[in-house]
Design a protein around this ligand. Structure first.
Ligand SMILES: [Zn+2]
Length: 328
């Protein structure tokens, strides 16, 4: 049993949700109001309160950190770098602040979904494995004790990678026709479909692509449905495996729905994630940018232990002429 009395549980669970929702990634026109949305607090209150009533730590499930984009114009390479590290530190600090409010603490289960759809993105299973192992090592190295990783490999531990995806889709995925119907209805499903189609276009239009733009667009619209199908299957499986957890999402969510959209870093683009970008330090502050855009802005690569980890951009100085003497 919890040491907290009933009125305290009510108060502290609201404080915990206010802490989480102060980093909410909101859907434009999604219905949220105020600095911290009271409807969203109310919607998730029971889940947090029941964890507190039994004295358990508060658990969050976040499908995220799949694998690096295969497009070298967006990222430094296939392994996690400072962009991921900043996001992991941010999530761990969020849990530390929750633990100050509620001593049994909080944990975020990062449900890496790379294995769920890497074949559709043109990313090898070896790269997914390498990314997940390096992310685990990073969690340990930075001492992010509130974070744990969970992958499809943990669900079907003895199966081959292709069989894992087949079993997941067979057990949990909606049909493509059901998804088309949802997207035709507009709103959040349409926004998600458009966002994923845009990512597929960016990821697959790298230097290896030789066909026409319109053929690629057709292919990406098809693939986007399959990515959503697998993601939905993964989400449903996670709901069954972790029924008492609060569901987080990297995507903006409408007000008062099952998932809380959450920010991962200080970035103005609601769709920019560490695995589609590079970290750029400028004047002591970090932001995320696509690699090509960082280089065009004059940022130079920085290294950690001999490997490129991020970019550094000198803050704009009106007294110097820029653009002529940068070392590339
Ligand atoms: Zn809301």
């Amino acid at each position: 049993m919890s040491d907290l009395a009933a009125p305290d549980i009510e108060l502290v669970s609201v404080q915990v949700l206010r802490e989480v929702l102060s980093h909410q990634r909101r859907m434009r026109g999604g219905g949220c109001t105020g600095d911290v949305c009271p409807q969203c607090v109310r919607h998730h209150l029971d889940t947090v309160r029941s964890a507190m009533e039994s004295g358990r730590r508060i658990e969050f499930v976040l499908p995220a950190f799949p694998t690096k984009s295969p497009n070298p114009a967006k990222v430094l390479g296939p392994l996690p770098d400072l962009a991921e590290e900043l996001a992991l530190r941010f999530l761990n600090q969020l849990c530390e602040r929750i633990t100050e409010l509620y001593p049994p603490g909080a944990a975020i289960l990062i449900c890496s979904d790379g294995r769920v759809f890497n074949d559709l993105l043109g990313v090898s299973d070896e790269n997914v494995t390498g990314y997940a192992r390096a992310l685990d090592a990073m969690i340990t190295r930075i001492g992010a004790g509130h974070l744990e990783q969970f992958t499809l490999d943990d669900v079907y531990s003895n199966a081959g990678h292709e069989d894992m995806r087949t079993m997941l889709a067979a057990g949990y995925a909606p049909t493509i026709e059901e998804l088309r119907e949802e997207v035709r209805g507009g709103g959040a499903p349409l926004a998600m479909y458009r966002g994923i189609t845009r990512f597929m276009l960016e990821d697959l239009s790298g230097p290896h692509y030789t066909g026409t733009r319109s053929a690629l667009q057709r292919k990406c619209r098809e693939l986007a449905y399959r990515v959503i199908q697998r993601s939905r299957a993964w989400g449903d499986l996670l709901d069954r495996l972790f029924p008492t957890a609060v569901r987080l999402s990297i995507h903006p969510q409408p007000c008062g729905t099952e998932k809380i959209g959450i920010l991962l870093a200080d970035t103005p683009d609601a769709w920019l994630t560490p695995w589609h970008s590079v970290a750029v330090e400028s004047g002591g502050r970090f932001t995320l940018m696509k690699r090509a855009e960082a280089e065009q802005a004059g940022a130079r690569q920085a290294f950690t232990e001999g490997r490129p980890s991020h970019y550094v951009l000198e803050p704009a100085d009106p007294t110097t002429i820029t653009g002529e003497h940068h070392d590339r």
